[in-house]
Design a protein around this ligand. Structure first.
Ligand code: OGA
Ligand code: MN
Length: 298
């Protein structure tokens, strides 16, 4: 296995490694798993090509890195799910493999993936890794972009770092989808998507590097008026996603891209989702809370 850096170099570490010389569809040895973890700690995003997974193989590969988080926290009813296993359906298809209608609630909801975010930051236990497998990809468009939140934190002036170091944010799908004017949540969804608390600055458990835990799911900063909080988050997000801090992944079928949600943000880019099929499937590894669980003060 060999890793080449393909993203911007942002200091003493690298960003985005392209890996060759390994077949992820078969069982891995402990040293192989350890080498991938080391690559993740260094590059935060790893790109593998020619990995033609079945769903079972994708789950088996993912379990090398921790427990899977439940793939159910969205607006698709269980009986309408296309995928059988614990895999998030990142596609524009319904359970009969038909392209979702323009006004389908699931399509509207999925459009939120085009906002910069960190997966499951709206869960009390946010995600560690996401593993996204490209099964069918459009001819043009539909890229995925990544931004390095370690480099973003390091780029902030000392006064900004001092301002954000102690801050606690509230994250919810209601906030990210609300930014797009999507507000047709059922009462059950409003309960399921109740905001959770996260630190705005966190440290990687292995490298101890600080990073800024930004996400479009943020809607509130504790102790700050909401317009001021949202403006600060916008400013930080704009600074953190400048082109020199980002990498664009152009999909080919068989690609497996894995990223560390603790130290990166990502977003989907547009494509002709009414005319072309884009079938990506995501397994997600559970991380650990950024705070001790405490209720949000009313
Ligand atoms: C995801 C996601 C982006 C994309 O799978 O979590 O945000 O390009 N995907 O589909
Ligand atoms: Mn995502």
């Amino acid at each position: 296995m060999h890793i080449t850096q393909i993203g911007p170099s942002n200091g003493e570490w690298g960003f985005v490694g392209e890996v060759d010389g390994i077949d992820l569809t078969r069982p891995l040895t402990p040293p192989e798993v350890a080498a991938i973890e080391r690559g993740m700690d260094r590059y935060a995003v790893l790109v593998f090509h020619q990995q033609f997974f079945t769903d079972e193989q994708q789950v088996a590969f993912s379990l090398n890195f921790g427990d899977l988080e439940a793939a159910l926290a969205n607006v698709t009813r269980p009986e309408d799910r296309r995928l059988k296993l614990n895999i998030a359906d990142i596609s524009n298809l319904d359970k009969d493999n038909e392209i979702l209608a323009r006004d389908d609630k699931r399509r509207m909801f999925n459009l939120g993936n085009m906002l910069w975010h960190s997966d499951s930051s709206f869960k009390a236990t946010p995600a560690k890794y996401s593993l996204l497998s490209g099964r069918a990809v459009p001819r043009t468009g539909g890229d995925t972009q990544f931004a390095d939140m370690r480099a973003a934190y390091a780029s902030f002036a000392a006064d900004i770092q001092a301002l954000i170091d102690p801050l606690i944010c509230h994250h919810s799908l209601l906030y990210s989808r609300g930014q797009l004017g999507f507000d047709t949540f059922t009462d059950d969804e409003r309960i399921a998507f109740a905001p959770v608390r996260q630190r705005l600055v966190r440290h990687h458990p292995v490298t101890r590097q600080p990073s800024v835990f930004l996400s479009s799911h943020i809607g509130v900063i504790e102790g700050m008026p909401t317009p001021e909080a949202r403006m600060l988050i916008r400013d930080l997000t704009e600074a953190a996603t400048q082109p020199h801090l980002t990498h664009t992944h152009r999909w080919r079928a068989g690609d497996l891209v894995m990223w560390d949600n603790r130290t990166t943000m990502h977003r989907a880019r547009r494509f002709n989702d009414g005319g072309e099929i884009r079938d990506l499937r995501r397994t997600t590894i559970e991380g650990s809370p950024t705070l001790l669980p405490e209720p949000i003060p009313a």
